[in-house]
Design a protein around this ligand. Sequence first.
Ligand code: GAR
Length: 200
Amino acid sequence: MKNIVVLVSGGGTNLQALIDAEKSGIIKGGKITCVIASKDGVYALERAKNNDIPTRVIPRKEYSDSVSYSKAILEALNDEKADLVVLAGFMTILDECVTKAYAYKIINVHPALIPSFCGEGYYGLKVHEAALAYGVKVSGATIHFVNEKADAGAIILQGTVEVQKDDTPEVLQRRIMENVEWKLLPKAVSLFCQDRIEII
Ligand code: GAR
């Protein structure tokens, strides 16, 4: 059984999708053993506690830079004996001290079709604002491995939704979450935990 450590920064609907998938047997070969939040008081922590999952808070604001923050995250991941790290709405870019130590063991969900609307500065609603401003007719989400460059690691799964004429960023975000993120993230995690992802 692989130890899955989930990193969160907000509401945690993707974490909830993972918890539900584990409970219903969709995730095979892995178990969520810890949830780490970059901020205290976020609702994702409640979701973990409601499901008896141990939590840690490592507040980003208590660290002066990304390197010192990433070192603290690395220590926690090692402590937790993480086999897989899932960034589920985690809004901090991790330094290479983490991405190198956990190469091909960190999975991120990004709410757009990489390589569009991704990289530094594209997170949360900003991604959907940019997609609507550009006028794309299709958007979606990407599940990918995390490497040294933001949103540039190998793609595992992608799924699409159609953009509707009157979409707001919030409406588009919700459609992508419901139809793509909450389904494909648990699927990718399950594939990883069964060693069914081939790295070429
Ligand atoms: C999700 O849409 C996720 O794809 C996005 O933030 C949202 C978090 O929601 N992540 C990023 O933008 C990371 N670059 P959640 O906290 O309810 O899972």
